[in-house]
Design a protein around this ligand. Sequence first.
Ligand code: MD3
Ligand code: FE
Length: 206
Amino acid sequence: APERLDEGALLLRGFATAQAGQWIAEVQALQAVSPFRIMQVPGGKSMSVATTSCGAWGWISDAGGYSYSAVDPQTGRPWPAMPAFLALQARAAAQAAGYADFVPDACLVNRYRPGAKMGLHRDQDEADFAAPIVSVSLGLGCTFLWGGLRRQDPVRRIALVHGDVLVWGGPTRLVYHGVGPLKDGSHHLLGNERWNLTFRMAKAGY
Ligand code: MD3
Ligand code: FE
């Protein structure tokens, strides 16, 4: 049964474990077309996490800021379409958390190697905050940092492992969150990496 973390935030432990092989194969196929790359953030620094996307819209960052783009700036081509398996699984996870009819138009994939981290931030580049975000963890576990609606709010630490799926919506959709530095380790499917997929409604209405 989903674990309720807060109003609108549910943790589905192990939701992706049984079919992890297919999750990983889908990401491998995607990154063969639109490879993982390190983006620059406004201010000029590089992210420590490598990213790619699939679906109608992909998340990008450059010196000018964050946005969603229909074209992969590295290939000059549209992002790969969202595989049916991924769209279906994201929809099923949202459904299990109480959000019916989730049809994501973007899936951002983050690749962490030891030391990679993600600082506290909010996801606010999407058009419609009524839609939830579904996040899937694969490979090495991590410490997920979960704050509040204000940057200075206290931060909870939640251990996420391979196969865990989080669904964020409602009052928690705009919380500050991040990921602590990845510890070195060895996962039987992904070696020293952690992959995170976040399914979003970037543009379409919900
Ligand atoms: C809560 N990714 O890609 S996933 C991101 O593990 C991102 O790679 C992290 O934060 C990762 O933007 C955390 C969990 C997550 C994702 C999006 C959220 C939690 C969220 C959006 C709103 C609230
Ligand atoms: Fe985020």
